[in-house]
Design a protein around this ligand. Structure first.
Ligand code: NAP
Ligand code: F7E
Length: 344
């Protein structure tokens, strides 16, 4: 029988790539969707019609229990979150509830549906759980590169909420013997990235400027450094983590760090533009507390998972610029296709 996976955050960047990957591995894939509107995966997946949907919300414990009871998944990937760091200052309580306490609700849904009670019973839970932890937990780092043992010093309500979810996942593993793991993923991007994140903001602006639709791009901290990889590569690591014999946490990144300025320079040059003629620094985009630099040491993932990234930074930025040039050059209705299946 096909293995069955439930993905929260199916409408997001990673949800779509993970769903495609699991479908290609022969999985039955379910996605949790919230709200009343007819959901769709923002045209992100050719395979949208093959994904089954169930209604639920990380704010609503009952809906998560009902989803797990209905589907009986072999694996749960908790990707749902408020994931945009600046929003986490504007809606700190909501971020804590969704990105942080949402992890507790999902773990509790699995625990209760698996009939696990107070005592530690190793291996008793059949449902394997993946938590989308983040390099934002490292925050203000005093060692580089960062490993699974680097201490956390989160710099935003988002980073704090992720640290809570991370420790809780570890705690449920240790308390109840659940197969619950965290992937500490560094920034990963794609043509499906939300337009508010810096890579996509830049690739969209390059396309607009190239096509004469705009002249200026306003950005915040150009000195910030990130370890940027391709989302399509990173979802393979998520899946590999749930196929291990023992539940363990892994850092996933490329091990190479670049500044926002380097990103901008490359993206503009790919379109034959000089970034200095178009980019303006605007304090409106500077954060109350930024993470100045992050760089992964993915050594454990390379050695134990046999995972490694296939897409270079240059290829990634090229993909994004090319995709946005095509997107903005194409006239007509680019509304994405609907899911063909019903929503539970
Ligand atoms: P994303 O594109 O922002 O997607 C977030 C998803 O969360 C969306 O599907 C959204 O659904 C869903 N969501 C929001 N509130 C929810 C709620 N109350 N209940 C259920 N679902 C809810 O994020 P992503 O880039 O794919 O990232 C996936 C996960 O990895 C997130 O947890 C993120 O924090 C984490 N992460 C991302 C990165 C990265 O660089 N991309 C790095 C480390 C960790 P709607 O469409 O309904 O809003
Ligand atoms: O910012 C700087 C900004 O918003 C990257 C999320 O997926 O990765 C992501 O979080 C850097 C920051 O991503 C602008 O100050 C400058 O230093 O693309 P970002 P993020 O905050 O690193 C982690 C791993 C996650 O887990 C998160 O969910 O770029 N920057 N100027 C700017 N950033 C934005 N967004 N917009 C600017 O104008």
């Amino acid at each position: 029988m096909a293995r069955c996976a439930l993905i929260t955050g199916i409408t997001g960047q990673d949800g779509s790539y993970l769903a495609e990957h699991l479908l290609s591995e022969g999985y039955e894939v379910w996605g949790l969707v919230r709200g009343q509107a007819d959901p769709w995966v923002r045209g992100r997946s050719e395979l949208a019609g093959e994904i089954r949907l169930i209604r639920g919300d990380l704010l609503d414990q009952g809906s998560l229990i009902a989803a797990v009871e209905r589907i009986h998944p072999d694996e749960v990937y908790n990707l749902g979150a408020i994931s945009y760091v600046p929003m986490s200052w504007q809606q700190a309580e909501l971020t804590s509830e969704v990105t942080g306490v949402g992890v507790l609700r999902m773990l509790e849904a699995i625990r209760t549906c698996s009939g696990i009670s107070g005592s530690r019973t190793p291996g008793s839970a059949q449902i394997r759980f993946y938590q989308a932890s983040s390099s934002e937990m490292f925050g203000m780092v005093d060692e580089s590169p960062q490993t699974e043992r680097t201490p956390f010093h989160p710099r935003s309500p988002y980073g704090v909420a992720k640290a809570y979810g991370h420790f809780l996942t570890q705690n449920y593993r240790e308390s109840y013997g659940m197969f619950a793991v965290s992937g500490i993923l560094f920034n990963h991007e794609s043509p499906r990235r939300g337009p508010e994140f810096v890579t996509r903001k830049v690739s969209l602006a390059v396309a607009r400027i190239k096509l004469g639709l705009e002249r200026q791009l306003r950005l915040g901290n150009l000195a910030a450094r990130r370890d940027w990889g391709f989302a399509g590569d990173y979802v393979r690591a998520m899946h590999l983590m749930l196929t291990q014999d023992e539940p363990e946490d892994f850092v996933v990144g490329t091990g190479v760090t670049r500044s926002v300025e380097e990103l901008v320079e490359l993206a503009f040059s790919l379109a034959g533009l000089d970034w200095k003629e178009h980019v303006v620094c605007d304090t409106a985009f500077v954060r109350p507390a930024d993470v100045n630099q992050l760089c992964a040491d993915p050594g454990k993932a390379l050695a134990k998972l046999g995972w490694k990234p296939k897409t270079s930074f240059e290829e990634l930025v090229g993909l994004m610029v090319e995709s946005d040039l095509e997107l903005l050059s194409t006239p007509g209705d680019r509304r994405p296709p609907s899911f063909s299946s019903d929503v539970w």
